[in-house]
Design a protein around this ligand. Structure first.
Ligand code: HEC
Length: 146
């Protein structure tokens, strides 16, 4: 096969590099390449469903004035589950005693800083690094009034 001239290949690549280096980000997207808090909120609320367990349930659903501030688990397993724990700790503002990096690692690996997995029904999440950072940044950004 006859190769196209090198110049033809480099042209589009050079252009892409120039655009990538330039300021072609949408306005309001702070911090080049950093995950947005909105993405973290979306992952926490719509994908990881943290609210279902970490926000207390009231008669009309989750009590958003106590958003992610820790709760009793309101459901039970139908068969005995070893180590089941019916309390979900507070995670608004980050997990008490953990750095943001420890939280990111936990969300990425399912393993906490003690080298253990959280007890059921806490899921063992395997977010990718970018998504784990987004969720951690979102949680840390919350300013709960405990
Ligand atoms: C199905 C219920 C449930 C869901 C959904 C859930 N959690 Fe949990 N979570 C728990 C329970 C129960 C614990 C307590 C586990 C323990 O003490 O071992 C816990 C513990 C934790 C801990 C502390 C872990 C440790 O090792 O002490 C963090 C951090 C956490 N959850 C974050 C989250 C985040 C972030 C989400 C959503 C992306 C989430 N959880 C979704 C029930 C849940």
């Amino acid at each position: 096969m006859k190769m196209p001239p090198l110049r033809t290949l480099l042209g589009p690549l050079g252009l892409a590099a120039a655009i990538g280096a330039g300021g072609c980000r949408p306005a309001g997207d702070a911090g080049a390449g950093t995950p947005t808090l909105e993405h973290g909120r979306y992952l926490a609320e719509n994908i990881g469903m943290c609210v279902d367990c970490h926000t207390p349930m009231g008669p009309h659903g989750p009590m958003m004035e106590r958003h992610l501030m820790g709760a009793r688990i309101v459901f039970e397993p139908t068969v005995p589950v070893p180590d089941w724990i019916a309390i979900a700790p507070p995670i608004a503002g980050g997990f008490p005693g953990w750095s943001r990096e420890q939280l990111v690692q936990f969300l990425e690996t399912g393993v906490n800083p003690d080298g253990k997995q959280a007890r059921p029904p806490m899921p063992h999440f395997r977010f990718n690094h970018t998504d784990a950072e987004a969720v951690a940044d979102y949680l840390v950004s919350l300013k709960p009034q405990y």
